[in-house]
Design a protein around this ligand. Sequence first.
Ligand SMILES: Nc1ncnc2c1ncn2[C@@H]1O[C@H](COP(=O)(O)OP(=O)(O)O)[C@@H](O)[C@H]1O
Ligand SMILES: [Mg+2]
Length: 234
Amino acid sequence: MLEIRDLHVDIAGSRILRGISLVVRPGELVCLLGRNGAGKTTTLNAVMGHRCPVAGGIRFGDADLAMLPPHRIALLGIGFSPEESEVFADLTVAENIAMPTWTRKQGRPAAERIERAYAVFPKLRQYTARGGAQLSGGERKMVSIARALALDPELLLLDEPFEGLSPLVIPEIAQGIGAIRADGRAVLIAESNLHHIPDHADRVHVIERGEIVFSGPPEALARDAAAMAIVAAV
Ligand SMILES: Nc1ncnc2c1ncn2[C@@H]1O[C@H](COP(=O)(O)OP(=O)(O)O)[C@@H](O)[C@H]1O
Ligand SMILES: [Mg+2]
């Protein structure tokens, strides 16, 4: 479904990604784990068309994503919840979540897509009329993920879904990710904290200085001393 092959990306003249390769198959949950500055966000940004590869390829089904602008990539069915949530402050929660049903007409009917998004984070039903600026960090994350879901994506990219959240909110987000998965969607999570990796993850890729230094299931990561030394340092 998503295939990143030998991806190289430069930012401001520096090589930031050095040959990233990974695949996400339908329904899989894959984690890109690495400390701050390792290149996780750059990888997701490259998938979404916000960063242009200098070498390598990114395919989603039959489409070559490296050739497409971000809005076309979203229309193919890739939802994105960015690191800073980027909830529209001037819109209500309901408007934020409904937005992808205005921009992408493919997929299930709008009402069904919106209902599924709220079903993942039921707490948001209380906040539909609230402005995007009047939300806590955790609520913003939920709105951002729910909005990405309302696109009716086959693949969802979540950049640091747990970052900076209170310990009370973390289980709610983790449960939501489980529900998204149970819905049959593929998920790629960028994460800096080993303890936030869902134990039902199919694969973990550890990224360090723009390179993948470990790939395997979570149990294998726990047995890999070199990879654990990198990710346990966070
Ligand atoms: N806009 C930018 N200008 C210069 N360097 C950047 C920019 N964005 C990211 N970088 C650099 O790219 C590297 C990877 O960043 P990023 O992908 O955001 O890492 P992560 O998401 O793993 O924390 C870092 O060293 C960071 O300093
Ligand atoms: Mg990041």
